[in-house]
Design a protein around this ligand. Structure first.
Ligand SMILES: [Zn+2]
Length: 482
């Protein structure tokens, strides 16, 4: 039962823009699950990092007048800072697709697919959206434009490229989907990708001519070509574990064909790459499939898509500066649905902060802390552990329903608030010290249980509360009103 291995990864943000709140959402969702699994006793491997090759980055680097390496170094540092700002799991693994080990792993992966007969060279013309870094079929274009990037021109690239035999994997993918009914969550996203694969798969190009686009990993045995950015980037999920050299580590966390163990978080624009391209690549290279893929929605800003041109992009760093990291983590956990699109506005954020953190948790914790510090000894308190976690909470998090787990914790906070009012410990302890202490012990024990459940969601706050309960730290106002 104990010491299970748990692997999870975010997708790697593509480093062509400043970190926005969408990245923060995926990282915090994954982090809450990682911390929860560690709390329940699992050995956790949690991966994130940066996706650093491709045409879009190459062009941006040239525009900004620096070399691509310097450009990606600067962005990778920003994203690494974001993982610290968001207070992600301390054992986090941060991979960059420009790491030398990742590059050699991607080349080895290519060789295995090639040896399996799944890579071939062909002369062709594609319609390509640089915004998506994806090839577009005629049926995906509206008036010759990508629907996601109507202000960008579709590029028509004619060249000789390597192709991956995706078409060969239509049947194996559909069989795998049929055998694993919870492979993609939520179910409506699973249906979406199943329909896409049922409609037939076209082989996709996996290289670019180096003379046109030099910023990529060289194709093994053909130095005139570099790998297409998706083919390279997806491999990070196993290269981060030391694949191919460290077979033991890969088996331990990524699992085996009989017992796949890798869990991936991704946005709704990523389903094709994660649930179909990557899965076919794994089959081709002879590696186990992903165990489960969790697809989250997008955060809209006051009902509109966030975009630079609308000027409504929410910067997570600024929110953390003003409200603290746990305020942001709280909002993402409770008020952003784990699977559907959700709206963000500063007014909603501030209202939630004041109601649930300043007046809710902050006020409750400080009242009980004050009572405990004045009237209890450490020895009055019992230690709580993972076996004390309530079923409502563990079931929600086992199903990745982060909002439900958080809501459950806040229900307990409200109930404890009512209990203080009902039991009037401030008054009772003056009249009957022993009876008062008994009430305060009960209230403090309930706060300690709430605190344990908060650990994955608000790690810094949780630490302060438990330290205060143990008498090592004088509680201050954890969430001053804004
Ligand atoms: Zn596009």
């Amino acid at each position: 039962m104990t010491n299970k291995k748990f692997y999870l990864t975010t997708t790697l943000p593509y480093v062509n823009a400043e970190p926005h709140i969408g990245f923060a959402l995926e990282m915090v969702q994954a982090d809450i699950v990682a911390r929860y699994r560690a709390l329940t006793g699992d050995e956790v491997f949690f991966n994130t990092g940066t996706d650093e090759h491709g045409l879009k980055i190459h062009r941006k680097a040239l525009e900004s007048g620096v070399g691509p390496q310097q450009y990606v170094d600067e962005y990778a540092a920003k994203f690494r800072d974001l993982t610290k700002t968001l207070d992600l799991y301390p054992g986090l693994h941060f991979i960059r697709t420009t790491d030398p080990h990742h590059k050699s792993a991607a080349q080895e992966f290519w060789k295995r697919c090639f040896a399996n007969g799944d890579i071939y060279k062909k002369d062709y013309t594609i319609s390509y959206c640089v915004g998506c870094e994806l090839e577009k079929t005629a049926s995906e274009l509206v008036d010759g434009k990508c629907q996601l990037h109507p202000n960008l021109d579709i590029e028509h690239i004619h060249e000789e490229n390597y192709f991956f035999r995706w078409s060969k994997y239509q049947k194996p993918l559909l069989e795998m989907y049929a055998a694993r009914p919870d492979f993609v969550l939520p179910g409506f996203r699973f249906n979406e990708i199943r329909k896409f694969v049922e409609n037939g798969l076209e082989d996709f190009s996996i290289s670019r001519l180096k003379e046109k686009m030099p910023w990529g990993i060289e194709v093994p045995g053909d130095s005139a070509h570099v790998m297409y950015v998706w083919f390279d980037a997806l491999i990070n999920y196993v290269s981060t574990l030391g694949w191919p050299e460290d077979a033991a580590q890969v088996e331990k966390f990524w699992g085996t064909k009989e017992r796949p163990n890798g869990v991936q978080f991704a946005g709704k624009d990523q389903i094709r790459q994660q649930a179909a391209m990557w899965q076919a690549m794994l089959m081709s290279a002879g590696l186990p499939q992903t165990k489960q893929i969790l697809i989250h929605g997008f955060i809209t800003s006051d009902g509109q898509k966030m975009s630079k041109s609308l000027g409504n992009v929410v910067n997570p760093m600024a929110l953390v500066d003003e409200y603290g990291v746990d305020a942001l983590r709280y909002f993402l956990a409770r008020h952003i649905h784990p699977f559907e699109d959700s709206d963000f506005t500063t007014d909603k954020f501030k209202a939630a902060y004041n109601a649930d953190l300043a007046n809710g948790l902050g006020n409750l914790a400080s009242r009980i802390m004050q009572l405990a510090a004045t009237h209890l000894d450490k020895s009055d308190l019992s230690n709580l552990g993972r076996s004390d976690l309530p079923k409502e909470y563990t079931e929600a998090l086992d199903n990745f329903e982060i909002h439900k787990a958080t809501e459950y914790v806040w229900d307990r906070i409200s109930a404890l608030d009512r209990k203080i009012t009902e039991t009037a410990p401030f008054k009772v302890v003056k009249e009957d010290a022993e009876k008062g202490r008994a009430i305060i012990t009960e209230l403090t024990t309930e706060l300690a249980l709430i605190d344990l459940m908060l650990e994955p969601i608000l790690p810094a706050t949780s630490k302060k509360i438990i330290e205060a309960i143990m008498g090592n730290y004088k509680p201050e106002n954890l969430f001053p009103r804004k």
